[in-house]
Design a binder for this molecule. Structure first.
Ligand code: A2P
Length: 349
């Protein structure tokens, strides 16, 4: 039995924060104390944990003094603002934002792929981008058998990826449109209801948006494959929760569909969902609330002898964010890697 630890959730009132609360309970995470932190906006409100009402506090300089592990999901600027305070107070932050992911001194962890890298932290461990985690869990088991040379991925990303207020906007907007109104979007730049649009994160000079480049760079870092060729097109779709991805993989030599299916049927964190007769494959509604990444439609790429095609759906809030963070916390406790550190020397602030 692991020694219980003192946990804080930074961003406890958000879509990922509330899921973190649920997962800590459902997975029986060894908790000595639990502190819920958010902005001034929700300070004074209450959230329920194991049937008990817990006060939400505004984050302050003193918030982390009695904390071992911070699960942060309050956006990149909040993580950047509090990282030094957290590390200086001896806690370890598992950060769901993109603020530190590509820092060489910050491990970027998917426990099914590179758990050993979590030992080399200096107080901060990054949780990868949701689309990267979901794809990584599904394709890494194949990459281990035969290295992937190139990945071409198209994503179909739900509203949940933009947070709780974005999910509410999709719901309210859908109802309003059905009532004959045309409301102005506030969270997304365009109406998402009855619509879709290329991911609206900033574009680089090559025409790729930030979300797409996260898939490229983070996959390379997690796989320890700096030369892996990855190209992505990320699209926001009017789905409430759970992302989908169409993935084309090119290997050095042919990879049989039968073998790929066998490997994925036994891969950690993956559930094979393939009913070829019934034409039934993974769907975001089936993936919602599930821990596993659902994978199906594995088929030979008819345009390339070494290519495979597959389709996946995974809960963005769960494995794409909260569950992965909780698994990292469990790994740190189990391996006794939750060592306090006082150095952010190699991490830019
Ligand atoms: P709050 O509810 O007080 O705004 P989501 O990703 O679902 O939008 O959630 C974001 C989470 O991050 C919420 O819990 C939100 O709290 C929290 N948050 C946003 N900005 C800050 C901030 N400056 N300091 C602390 N928490 C913040």
């Amino acid at each position: 039995m692991s020694e219980p630890v003192r946990v804080a959730i930074l961003g406890a009132t958000g879509a990922v924060g509330t899921e973190l609360l649920e997962l800590l309970d459902y997975r029986d995470f060894p908790i000595a104390s639990l502190k819920l932190l958010a902005s001034e906006r929700s300070a004074g409100s209450y959230l329920t944990f194991k049937g008990e009402k817990l006060l939400v506090e505004a984050v302050t300089e003193n918030s982390f003094e009695d904390i071992d592990l911070v699960l942060a999901s309050a956006g990149g600027s909040t993580s950047k603002a509090w990282a030094k305070t957290i590390v200086d107070s001896g806690a370890v932050m598992v950060d769901n934002s993109s603020a530190f992911r590509m820092e060489p001194a910050v491990p970027l962890i998917v426990p099914e792929i590179n758990p050993e890298a979590a030992n080399y932290h200096q107080g901060i461990i990054a949780n990868p981008n949701c689309t990267t985690i979901l794809m990584g869990v599904a394709i890494y088991p194949l990459h281990q058998v035969q290295p992937i040379e190139r990945v071409v991925v198209s994503t179909y990303q739900s509203a949940s990826g933009a947070g709780a207020r974005a999910m509410e906007e999709l719901k309210v907007q859908s109802q309003a449109i059905l009532n004959g109104q045309d409301p102005q979007p506030e969270i997304f730049p365009y109406s998402l209801a009855f619509n879709l649009f290329p991911h609206n994160s900033p574009l680089n000079h090559e025409g790729y948006c930030t979300e797409e480049m996260k898939m490229v760079n983070e996959t390379r870092k997690i796989f320890k494959a700096p030369n892996l060729r990855v190209t992505a097109t990320c699209v926001r779709v009017p789905v409430m929760r759970a992302h989908s991805e169409a993935v084309n993989l090119e290997f050095a030599a042919p990879f049989s569909v039968t073998e790929a299916r066998e490997i994925l049927a036994n891969a950690p964190g993956v559930k094979l969902v393939e009913d070829w007769q019934g034409n039934y494959f993974p769907m975001p509604r089936d993936a919602s609330g599930k821990d596993e990444v659902l994978v199906g439609r594995i088929r030979q790429d008819i345009s390339h002898p070494n290519g495979l095609e597959l389709w996946l759906c995974g809960d963005q809030i769960r494995k794409g964010a909260a569950l992965n963070a909780v698994q990292i916390g469990e790994l740190l406790i189990e391996k006794n890697w939750l060592k306090p550190t006082t150095s952010m020397a190699n991490i830019s602030q």
